[in-house]
Design a protein around this ligand. Structure first.
Ligand SMILES: [Cu+2]
Length: 674
């Protein structure tokens, strides 16, 4: 079937990125103090919206509830996934255990079919986290699960009575991530836009909450509460693309943690969550005994709700007011400035909560990272000039800068098709030819040679690093740092850089008192300065020429003949999602007016880069972290299509310890060398 073909295609992509020989992964030497768990990754259903699964479960894999400070040993077996697999423990620090980070091609090779890799790490920090495959495309195809680290001395305990509710959010598709990427590279994928902003480059099919939605499984998730009690909800943004807004009909909520770390309680009517982010909130069941909708909508307004059920209210399964045909299926494009909504514009102002460490008041290293589509976001003149300085703000050599595109000429590297190649500082990430890990086997030596396309910055152990993240386009990028949490010192829209690319800290306006501590930062889009500028937009981040849907009435049906829709046809035939009456609109079949369709890239010849955006209109965030965890750590966009197509880089924290101290090295032979 098409899906099987897609897995082969993905394997081919990986192979081209030097996933060569699969080797066995020896067991870790026994440690009797470790608590033992196991996961099995396997093909699930290649004709459904979920192609892969952990432990054979529909929806998310088993929830791992770990205790803060306990050592865990987790055996991950790959039953039959041909291109291999790995598991990343998203949000876990993995102090001195970079080898167990699960970043395929970076800290370990893929676990081959029939192979088992044993991970071992200390559970910290506490909070709501998750685990997922770190092979490209696989978490969006189903390899994801919740990981909750509980703290017996939870500083948030006073805010809630009950802590049993997990709200696991996922976007599911009728095409694999590999198919979606191929469509973009062929320049034939649909794009969702609102008010000139690029909302998603994945096709909308359905949003699942805890593995359920009217569209994909025929029923909504139900959360049971008892009147008068306060509930902690642990939300995990397991989407591979779509950002979501969550609100509970008739109830306000209070956010108490982001990415597992406490924040000062923040009341909200709704909150937004991007790919990879977690949000804990408290819901007080203080309304009349009844059923209520929990609306979970994309920013284009597609709603896939769950149900809040008070004990004593009618059974929602038989309550006609909560049937598939009775909810609001579309709100239209959502207003990102609506009062009471905590979205990424407001998240920048959220403060640290109890027990969160204060940031170091000074940094010893500043690095500027532009987030751009190398295929269509032109290089600003100031970047092109400052990148050639011997000591530039971008952490690469002047000779490396010579290989970067010049202003206005940005295009994907030859090896990447079309104009779809996301980048950091116009470097399109490619996997290094060898694992760049520090290990006893290579005596602690650093990155392999010929890894220039694997954009890598080496940090000194103990360094305090500021990253200025500059968004040059009209699409949000939820960036994730492995191996450390960071303080969000500043975020907004404007120019925070000096002409040489270094950070103008005055302009950035740091919060050095009580900034939130996170492992995700969703960087705001550039501002569309005027209606005229919006109308004149002649391209966008993801592809070349794009047209507003209102200008291409009738054109949007072109999607039905595109590669990514071949999965649509088979999924429809098998699952029959078309028959849900008043349920969610499915843009693949009936695009709403906020979707636009190709033609797109013109990457070869017809490509027209976007007009540069004024430096005053760029989105930005500045984060600070302490490079105190030796090893190799990925930094990447969590939108999987973006990471897959190049929006990734590496930080390596060089050892200052003696090479005879192998405590943080990969145990010999364990790394499944590529
Ligand atoms: Cu991105």
């Amino acid at each position: 079937m098409a899906a099987g073909v897609a897995r082969v295609v993905l394997f081919a992509i990986c192979a081209s990125l030097s996933y060569t020989a699969a080797v066995t992964c020896p067991d870790l030497p026994a440690d009797t103090t470790a608590a033992k768990l196991s996961l099995i990754a396997a093909t699930y259903n290649t004709t459904s919206t979920q192609q892969l699964a952990f432990n054979g479960t529909q929806g998310w894999g088993p929830t791992l509830r770990l205790t803060l400070g306990q050592l865990y040993q987790i055996d991950v077996t790959n039953a039959d996934i041909q291109e291999g697999t790995t598991v990343h423990w998203h949000g876990q620090r993995l102090l001195n255990a970079s080898w167990a980070d699960g970043a395929a091609g970076l800290t370990q090779g893929a676990i081959p079919p029939g192979g088992t890799f044993t991970y071992r790490f200390l559970a910290e920090p506490a909070g709501t986290h998750w685990y997922h495959s770190h092979m490209m495309g696989q978490f969006g195809d189903g390899l994801r699960g919740a990981l909750v680290v509980t703290d017996p001395a939870d500083p948030l305990k006073e805010f809630y009575d009950e802590d049993q509710h997990l709200m696991l959010l996922a976007d599911v598709f009728n095409s694999s991530l590999a198919q979606q990427l191929a469509s973009h590279q062929a320049g034939s994928a649909p794009m969702a836009m609102c008010a000139g902003m690029d909302i998603s480059d994945a096709p909308f099919y359905a949003i699942e909450i805890n593995g359920q939605s009217f569209t994909s499984t025929g029923r909504a998730a139900v959360f049971i509460v008892k009147q008068g009690k306060q509930y902690r909800y642990r939300t995990v943004g397991g989407m591979s693309s779509w950002a979501l807004r969550v609100s509970v009909e008739g109830h306000n909520i209070t956010l108490i943690a982001l990415d597992g770390h406490p924040i000062a309680p923040a009341a909200a009517t709704a909150f937004e969550v991007n790919s990879g982010e977690r949000a804990d909130f408290v819901l007080t069941a203080d309304q009349p005994v009844a059923n209520y909708w929990i609306n979970v909508a994309t920013m284009t307004g597609h709603n896939s709700p769950a149900i809040l059920h008070y004990e004593g209210a009618p059974d929602p399964a038989t309550d006609p007011a909560f049937s598939e045909s009775s909810f609001t299926s579309s709100f239209g494009c959502l207003d990102t400035n609506q009062p009471g909504v905590v979205g990424l514009k407001q998240a920048a102002a959220l403060k640290a909560g109890p027990n969160v460490p204060s940031p170091p008041q000074e940094s010893s290293r500043q690095i500027t990272l532009y987030l751009a589509n190398a295929g269509s976001n032109p290089v600003p003149a100031s970047f092109a000039e400052s990148a050639t300085l011997a000591s530039n703000a971008y952490g690469f050599s002047a000779s490396s800068a010579a290989t970067l595109p010049t202003a206005g000429s940005a295009l994907c590297p030859e090896a990447r098709q079309g104009a779809y190649c996301w980048s950091i500082n116009w470097k399109v990430f490619q996997m290094p030819p060898q694992l760049p890990i520090y290990s006893a086997a290579n005596n602690g030596s650093a990155i392999g040679t010929a890894a220039d396309n694997a954009y890598t910055i080496t940090l000194k152990q103990g360094e305090v690093v500021d990253l200025a993240l500059i968004n040059t386009g009209y699409m949000v990028h939820p960036m994730h740092l492995h191996g450390a949490s960071f303080w969000v010192l500043a975020a907004g829209v404007g120019n925070i850089l000096a002409p040489d690319g270094t950070i103008n800290t005055t302009a950035a306006g740091y919060n050095l008192v009580d900034p939130a501590f996170r492992d995700m930062i969703s960087v705001q889009t550039a501002r569309i300065a005027s209606d005229a500028a919006m109308v004149s937009r002649n391209g966008h981040d993801g592809m070349g020429t794009m047209l507003e849907a209102s200008d291409v009435a009738g054109l949007n049906t072109s999607g039905s003949s595109q590669p990514m829709d071949s999965g649509s046809a088979s999924a429809s035939a098998g699952g029959g999602h078309g028959g849900h009456g008043g349920g969610n609109p499915t843009p693949m079949q009936s695009p709403p007016n906020n979707f636009v369709a190709g033609p797109s890239n013109g990457g070869h010849g017809g490509h027209t880069p976007m007009v540069p955006i004024s430096p005053d209109d760029l989105g930005y965030a500045v984060i600070r972290f302490r490079a105190d965890n030796p090893g190799v750590w990925a930094f990447h966009c969590h939108i999987d299509l973006h990471a897959m197509s190049g929006m990734m880089m590496l930080f390596t924290v060089a050892p200052t310890v003696s090479t005879t101290n192998t405590g943080w090295y990969a145990p010999a032979g364990l790394q499944c060398t590529m």
